[in-house]
Ligand binder design. Sequence first.
Ligand code: ZN
Length: 92
Amino acid sequence: MGMPRGPEWGHFKVLKQNKTGTSKVVCLHGDHEFWGGASRMGYYFLGNNKETGGLQLCKPKNEDEKQKVAKLVKQLRQLEAEALALSSRCNT
Ligand SMILES: [Zn+2]
C-alpha cells in the first residue's frame, strides 16, 4: 500500500510517523526537519511546485552535501521526465 518510495527517501531520516502516513523527517544534508510524504520530499529538492505549503528548499550544510543534493536533483528530474514521457504515451 501507499506510494512507492523514490530515491529521495534515502536522503532523510524518518523521526516520526502518524496514522495518515505522513512522516516527520530530517534531511541528512542540512539538518532541516519537516512533515511530509514523498511528494513534499521531492519538492524540497526540486522546488518546482506551488503547493509546498511554505516548505523551504534544501540548504546543504557544506560543499560535500551540496554535491550529493545536486546529484539527487538530477536523478529526480530524470525520473520526472520518464514519468511524463510514459503518461503522454498512454494518452495517445
Ligand atoms: Zn536538506
